[in-house]
Design a protein around this ligand. Structure first.
Ligand code: DX5
Ligand code: ZN
Length: 218
């Protein structure tokens, strides 16, 4: 499978979101990555359901919703209604992860689980078979524009081994500090989906930058 690119709207121009949504529509990007932060699970507040509702009618690609919030299971239905296609919860915020994954599937969304940089891949042994995606954070969640943590390369390899061993369909996603210095190696080691915020939106030509991430040279 060719890898997917999911630009993170956290780095978009919030005073003109429509323009950036259309830029992604017309680019080689595969998904919209939407970072929901509650100021409790992470030390920052981003945007929420009303913003998703207002851009959903404009967006022509799936919504990959990354929930950096406590008790994410309380918001399964509201995010489904707002247009989420993939509902991705943090392992560290979900004491009843298996039940949450079941509820996400019952709401007819794909289920993802995210691991913080310090959380080992091995905690997913008994849930990986149920998941559609695992997101490995390559920065500490909460802010865009941070430096990529290199240990993520090892975690991608470990996760790939786990996915194959358990015959799981889960895609491997990496988020945080992704750019042209690490993207090719991440995909070579097994990443299926790359999230990129600052690298895309702060570049002179975001569509070309997305194209570059899509057409990596190995
Ligand atoms: C961080 C978010 C990321 C962020 C990535 O908590 O989950 O999706 O937007 O931004 P960059 O690519 O700038 O690190
Ligand atoms: Zn994210």
């Amino acid at each position: 499978m060719k890898h997917f690119i999911a630009p993170s709207l956290l780095a978009a121009d919030f005073s003109n979101l429509k323009k950036d949504v259309e830029m992604i529509n017309n680019s080689e990007a595969d998904w919209f990555h939407l970072d929901i932060m509650d100021g409790v699970f992470v030390p920052n507040i981003s945007f929420g359901i009303p913003v998703l509702e207002s851009i959903k009618p404009l967006a022509q690609k799936p919504f990959d919703v990354h929930l950096m919030i406590v008790q994410p299971e309380r918001y399964i239905e509201p995010f489904k209604k707002a247009g989420a296609d993939l509902f991705n919860v943090h392992y560290e915020a979900s004491p009843h992860l298996h039940r949450t994954v079941q509820s996400v599937h019952a709401a007819d969304m794909k289920a993802g689980v995210t691991l913080n940089p310090h959380t080992p891949v091995s905690v997913l042994e008994d849930i990986i078979a149920e998941l559609d995606l695992v997101l490995l954070m390559s920065v500490n969640p909460g802010f865009g524009g941070q430096k990529f943590i290199k240990n993520t390369f090892n975690k991608v390899e470990q996760l790939k081994e786990l996915v194959l061993r358990k015959n799981s369909r889960a895609l491997i996603q990496v988020d945080g500090g992704v750019d042209n210095t690490n993207a090719a190696e991440l995909v070579k080691k097994g990443a299926d989906v790359l999230v990129a915020g600052s690298y895309v939106f702060k570049s002179p030509n975001p569509q070309d930058t997305i194209k570059g991430l899509k057409e990596l040279e190995f």
